[in-house]
Design a protein around this ligand. Structure first.
Ligand code: FAD
Length: 378
């Protein structure tokens, strides 16, 4: 039996494991290691914050998925990756030996990138611990004298969607409905979308009465709000940081090849450089030959490619390269039933239709992991 160990229940692993559940590989024994039973789907997180989706709707049940793939689910956190010894150390004190391994453990917030962030701000990642922190904030906001001014730091897709979501949710939670939301970003808003889409997005932010501070890199956070590098002060009672992520420190524990900024250095066939039987996927890995931003769309596309290459390795066949797409559809929802769509340098669209498309894509993705859709073929 070949023992495959999947470390982390990110998007890429969830899809690869689903593929192995539907079409099992003879002679393959699988173990999935993840610290939590439920893995959040970030595309629906802002909708969940806004109150549009339930907790169940946006979480993949990894235990159920593992069961469908006849895999063992080990609830633990990996603390070391030892390629030469074919061993993964877990925080339970156990060591897992493997023939093939894959690592999909996401990214982690860099809490020290902004002075005072640890003491005075909430971090978006890890997503699993964000909701309890937000629930505590909502409870304070329900008080007549509770906080009313919110600052979101980070104008990428995640921070922007969250600013919209918080605006909707906080207005409902505050007894007087008087909520101010500001969004600060180091560059212009969502540099990854095209100029027309950015125009639509700025308009949507204005319509939602979210104050946008572009070219305002926040250097310090204190109890009064954020202070940017140019000396501007953005007053806030609560701050959420959706910027400054870094590679998980645990990737340095062991002997796997890493990029200068600490991510797993992977080849186009998704294997970690210099490793015959260890893959790296999702945000925790960087393909030096084809670098892309850290985004779920790439992790999702890697899932089926990873499954194919695992199968090829088991069968002693040649592995195939997976070159990430050069442009992709970005959908930024305003939590009010509209969204802005952007693809490449030319396509931009705003309104109800992109929201319906986004909602459809997200629900369809999550439906893949419903029990009814995990029935095995072999
Ligand atoms: C609010 C928000 C909205 C977003 N919206 C979009 C969007 O619309 N489109 C888009 O493309 N991207 C979006 N993103 C980015 C997207 O979330 C990530 O790119 C995507 O989740 C990466 O998936 P992944 O496979 O790397 O794993 P992740 O989803 O990051 O999951 C990693 C998993 O590994 C587990 N793990 C961590 N450490 C360990 C360990 N030591 N041992 C074992 N397991 C571990 C974690 O518990 C986690 O479940 C958004 C992000 C946020 C925060």
């Amino acid at each position: 039996m070949t023992h495959l160990v999947l470390v982390g229940g990110g998007h890429a692993h969830a899809l690869a494991l689903r593929g192995l559940a539907l079409d099992s590989e003879p002679g393959l024994r699988i173990t999935l290691v993840a610290p939590e039973r439920h893995s959040p789907y970030s595309g629906m997180l802002p909708g969940h914050v806004a109150g549009l989706y339930s907790h169940e709707a946006m979480h993949i049940d990894l235990e159920r998925l593992a069961e469908a793939a006849r895999a063992e689910f080990v609830r633990a956190r990996a603390i070391g990756f030892h390629g030469a010894e074919k061993r993964i150390a877990l925080d339970t004190g156990e060591n897992l030996s493997f023939d093939i391994a894959s690592i999909d453990i996401g990214i982690t917030p860099d809490r020290d990138a902004i002075a005072g962030a640890r003491e005075h701000a909430l971090a978006v990642k890890p997503i699993g611990s964000l909701m309890p922190k937000l629930e505590a904030l909502f409870a304070e906001i329900r008080r007549a004298d509770g906080p009313r001014r919110m600052l979101v730091i980070g104008g990428g897709a995640a921070g922007t969607c969250l600013a919209f979501a918080l605006r909707r949710r906080l207005r409902r939670e505050a007894p007087d409905g008087r909520i101010e939301v500001a969004l600060a970003t180091a560059e212009e808003i969502t540099p990854e979308i095209n100029a027309t889409a950015r125009f639509f997005l700025r308009r949507a932010l204005r319509r939602a009465q979210i104050t946008l501070h572009e070219h305002s890199p926040i250097a310090r956070i204190d109890e009064t709000g954020g202070h940017d590098e140019h000396g501007r002060h953005i007053a806030a009672d609560a701050v959420l940081v959706a910027s400054h992520a870094r590679a998980p420190g645990v990737l340095a524990e062991g002997d796997l090849a890493r990029t200068p900024d600490g991510f797993l250095a992977i080849e186009p066939d998704l294997r970690v450089g210099g490793q015959e039987a260890i893959f790296g996927v999702g945000d925790c890995a960087t393909m030096g030959a084809h670098p892309r931003p850290k985004a779920g769309v790439f992790a999702v596309r890697q899932g089926p490619a990873l499954r194919r290459n695992i199968r090829a390795l088991v069968r002693g066949e040649a592995l195939t390269p997976h070159i990430p797409q050069k442009d992709w559809l970005m959908l930024i929802a305003d939590s009010e039933g509209r969204a802005v769509a952007s693809r490449g340098s030319g396509f931009a669209f705003a309104g109800r239709l992109p929201w319906l498309v986004k909602d459809h894509i997200d629900r369809k993705f999550m439906a893949l992991f419903d029990s009814a859709n995990l029935t095995t073929r072999s």
